[in-house]
Design a protein around this ligand. Structure first.
Ligand SMILES: C[S@@+](CC[C@H](N)C(=O)[O-])C[C@H]1O[C@@H](n2cnc3c(N)ncnc32)[C@H](O)[C@@H]1O
Length: 332
């Protein structure tokens, strides 16, 4: 009697997944999205949310950025995850649903598959086409893990579709993406992450730390100008999504460290006086005037620990690299 039952269980655990399921919530054709873009452009200063940096090309440019010698965050976070994957697994256990927020190429999560042995992997990203491709490849490499892709914009509200499944959840938010939120918005996001994690849930999050300007600024303004291309790609996005008439050659990429705010800022700076026009609006920019496109806040270890506790996480553990440039926090 015992043998067939065991065999059945074994079969259930080694079920072969040939393709990842995909749930697309985010769509780029809505009036709300055009309103959001127009509101940003009409603001003082003009701004565009960094979430628009990521389309299929933007995601590929970001991947190229992570290979640059100046861009330390990806390499450093990888080192920490590789060194402490076992410690992380010892604290959270194996067999959870691993939910990767802003998954990108899914590489960080994939590094943890061996130690965490997730039952299910849910990858969430606004860059829908890119995520589909990345997840398709990953599913074929790991047919034993059930995979679900979710094309969603979590900047306003972090909610997951039922396909994300139940069971104990480990939320992963790597890449120091939390730094793209202002500290107030980061707090709101962390509270939502705690609620999405549910009872017994945990959050593993990568955080970039305060460091000297000569290290920070080149990371966002590299010699090869890949980050410049990543930022300027936003103009193509404005043209495609809003019907705008921006010309890439009219703008320069600017990245600077605002020490008072503890953040890197990226801007697109007009090379000459010009007017951006779209079907139901226009924005004049003086020569040298900027469109603010991204913030990347840098935290201290204690400052981020406080933020996690304010968000309601009672237990936190953290690991850093030997230079204390980057930290990975586990919060429960
Ligand atoms: C800094 S990259 C990090 C990528 C990857 N997780 C890593 O660590 O290398 C930020 C990722 O978040 C995604 N993203 C940005 N804003 C988002 C939003 N509002 N909703 C969902 N995904 C978003 C981007 O498409 C991109 O893949």
């Amino acid at each position: 009697m015992e043998f067939p039952l065991r065999q059945g269980m074994l079969l259930a655990h080694t079920a072969v997944m040939t393709s990842a399921r995909f749930v697309q919530i985010y769509r780029e054709d809505g009036a709300a999205l055009r309103q959001e873009l127009a509101r940003g452009l009409m603001g003082e200063p003009a701004s565009v949310s960094p979430k628009f940096l990521y389309d299929a090309l933007g995601s590929r440019l970001f991947d190229a950025i992570t290979e640059l010698p100046e861009y330390y965050p990806t390499r450093t976070e990888r080192t920490i995850l590789d060194a402490h994957g076992g410690d992380i697994a010892a604290l959270v256990g194996r067999g959870r649903t691993l939910i990767d927020l802003g998954a990108g190429n899914c590489e960080k999560a994939a590094r943890l598959f061996d130690v965490l042995a997730p039952l299910r992997y849910v990858a969430v990203d606004i860059s829908v086409d890119y995520l589909r491709q990345a997840l398709g490849c990953l599913q074929s490499q790991h047919p034993g893990i059930e995979m679900v892709g979710v094309g969603a914009d979590f900047s306003v509200s972090l909610t997951l579709p039922p396909e994300a499944g139940r069971g104990e959840r480990l939320l992963l938010y790597p890449g120091s993406s939390i730094g793209n939120f202002t500290p107030d918005d980061a707090l709101r996001f962390l509270r939502q992450a705690r609620s999405v994690g549910g009872a017994g849930g945990a959050l593993l999050i990568g955080v970039d730390l305060v460091k000297p300007k000569p290290v920070l600024e080149p990371a966002y303004d590299d010699a090869l100008k890949v980050t410049a291309a990543f930022n300027l790609n936003l103009l193509r996005r404005l043209n495609a999504l809003l019907g705008c008439d921006a010309r890439i050659e009219d703008f320069d990429h600017v990245a600077l460290y605002n020490e008072g705010e503890s953040r890197i800022e990226m801007h697109l700076q007009a090379r000459r006086a010009l007017t951006l026009r779209w079907p139901d609006g226009a924005r004049a920019l003086a020569a040298g005037e900027r469109i603010h496109t991204e913030n990347s806040y840098k935290y201290t270890l204690d400052g981020f620990d406080r933020l996690l506790r304010q968000a309601g996480f009672a237990r936190t553990t953290r690991w850093t690299d030997e230079r204390d440039w980057f930290a990975v926090f586990l919060a429960a």
